[in-house]
Write a protein that binds this ligand. Sequence first.
Ligand code: CA
Length: 236
Amino acid sequence: MTYRSGVTSILVIEDDDAIRDAVTRGLRERGHAVAAARSGLTGLEHIIHQGPQVVLLDLGLPDIDGLTLIAMIRAANDVPLIVITAQDDDPTMIQALDSGADDYVVKPFGTDQVAARIRAVLRRGGRDLTPSVITVGGLTIDESTRTATLDGRLLDLSRKEFDVLVLLASRRGQVVTKRELLSEVWQQAYGGSDRTVDVHLSWLRRKLGESAAAPRYLISVRGVGVRLVDPEGDDA
Ligand code: CA
C-alpha cells in the first residue's frame, strides 16, 4: 500500500474512559502517536510541555469548564483544537468556535470522521504532512483535489461515491461494513438503509468497469460489507 499516513501527534482530553479509550485506540490503529488526559489541567500541561500537533477536547470535564480551557490553551499556543461534544448543542458549539476551537465532532462519532477532521484542521493550518494520495493497483485517489483515476483515466464520481472510495481505499484489504459506510459517509450512525450503500456501490462498480458478479477492486463480503483490493496484488 503506497498510502503513507504521516504520524501526527494527537492529545485526547476526555474524562469518559470508554470514549477516550476508543478514540485513542482508533487513532493509534491509523498510525498516529496519541496521548490521553483525563482532566483539563493535565491536558493543558501536556500541550505546553509536549506540543502535540492536534488536540481533541471534551467540553464537559470534571475540573475545568471547557470554554475556559479553550481560552487557556489559546493563550499558550495555536495548536488546532477539535471539540468533542455530547450533543448538537448550537450555542455551546458557537461559543467554542468563537473561543478558538477549530472544529467539533458530536458523540457518537466514528474514528474515520475524527481522522478526517484532523486532516482538515491540519490542512487549513498548512501543517499537513500527510500525503493525500492513495494508490491501489491502477487506482489513484487524490483527496486534496477530490479526484480519482483508474489506469490513468479520470473517473467521474459523485461526492458520495468519492467518499466511499476514499474510505475503502484507506482501509485497503479490510472489510468495511455497510453500517460503517452509513456512519462515515452518510453520517447516519443509527438508521439509514443498507440499500443506499448497495446502490452507491453498484454505481461505483460500474465506473470502475466491474460488476458484483465479476469484481476486481470491490469485493463484497456477503452479509458483512465490502473490501477494496488490488486485483493484481496479494490481497486480492
Ligand atoms: Ca465529559
